[in-house]
Design a binder for this molecule. Structure first.
Ligand SMILES: [Zn+2]
Length: 282
């Protein structure tokens, strides 16, 4: 469930701890056969072994993020890309990966030259990693970064007016906007006073402006809180985020709206659980 604020928190935490370090050994559990992905997709087989061999000996130069993807740039023009999906976590540990609370879900381990390790844990094993010299093969089709300068209210309106899908489905479409998932889509639509099921192209220019403001507001507040931990998300030190304590609609079904007291409703929009206030959101 990590979305933009959670992946960005991990990126910021890991940067001072691992930039400049060299990966001395890499191990992927035979228990996680889908963790390492080929670019372009297809050829499997010896993939995990080749991935580990190619990672070992490389120096970590910088950490970047696109949407929900963490990009770990290594020497030699190679990027290690990580997508945590639902339950993945990348934890920096000075004491190796054995004593971690979620140690039984350890799917990969990366030893560093200062004796620390990056421990990849993943209960449901949906997370994926790539090693590539062509980042665009993995992240090239993502939409703009919602906190970036290229994403203005006009850009959002232009994007919405072409789509007849529910506005929430467009917010979740990573090719439209990168990094927004179920939590922050629901929260942003509440802040903007917009019904999640409303067709995107029915939004006025004013409504698109409000939504643009709301998306940025909820993402920035969640970043300040170091992300939301509803179930599995932990930061790079294995600690929970705090933003789940400040959400206004997400998973508050039946509880009173903070603005008007009406019970928060839960419906499915585009196949996803969606929470909203029937009075405040039109
Ligand atoms: Zn309300």
């Amino acid at each position: 469930m990590p979305e933009l604020p959670e992946v960005e928190t991990i990126r910021r935490d890991l940067t001072p701890r691992i930039v400049g370090r060299t990966i001395i050994e890499a191990w992927v559990s035979p228990n996680a056969p889908k963790l390492v992905q080929a670019v372009p997709a297809g050829r499997q087989g010896e993939l995990a072994d080749a991935f580990c061999r190619r990672l070992a000996g490389r120096r970590i130069e910088e950490l970047d993020r696109r949407g929900k993807y963490l990009l770990i740039r290594l020497d030699g023009g190679v990027t290690w890309i990580v997508h945590l999906r639902m339950t993945g976590g990348l934890i920096h540990s000075r004491g190796g990966c054995e004593g971690l609370p979620d140690g039984r879900f350890l799917r990969a381990r990366f030893g560093l030259d200062d004796g620390a390790a990056l421990c990849y844990v993943d209960l449901r094993k949906l997370g994926t990693m790539w090693l590539t010299d062509d980042e665009s093969a993995v992240v090239g089709k993502l939409g703009p970064e919602p906190l970036g300068e290229a994403f203005g209210p006009r850009e959002l309106h232009r994007l919405l007016e072409k789509r007849r899908a529910p506005v929430k489905a467009v917010l979740l479409d990573q090719g439209a906007i990168a990094g927004v998932g179920n939590i922050y889509a629901d929260e942003a639509l509440f802040e903007a006073g917009i019904r999640p099921s409303k067709p995107a192209r029915a939004l006025s220019r004013r409504a698109a402006e409000r939504l643009h403001w709301a998306v940025r507001k909820v993402l920035m507040e969640a970043l300040e809180d170091r992300g939301s931990s509803f179930r599995d998300y932990v930061d790079a030190e294995g600690e929970q985020g705090m933003h789940q304590l400040r959400v206004k609609v997400f998973r508050r079904t039946g509880e009173p709206c903070y603005a008007c007291g009406t019970a928060i409703k839960r419906v499915k929009v585009g196949g996803r659980s969606t929470h909203y206030c029937p009075k405040c959101q039109r």
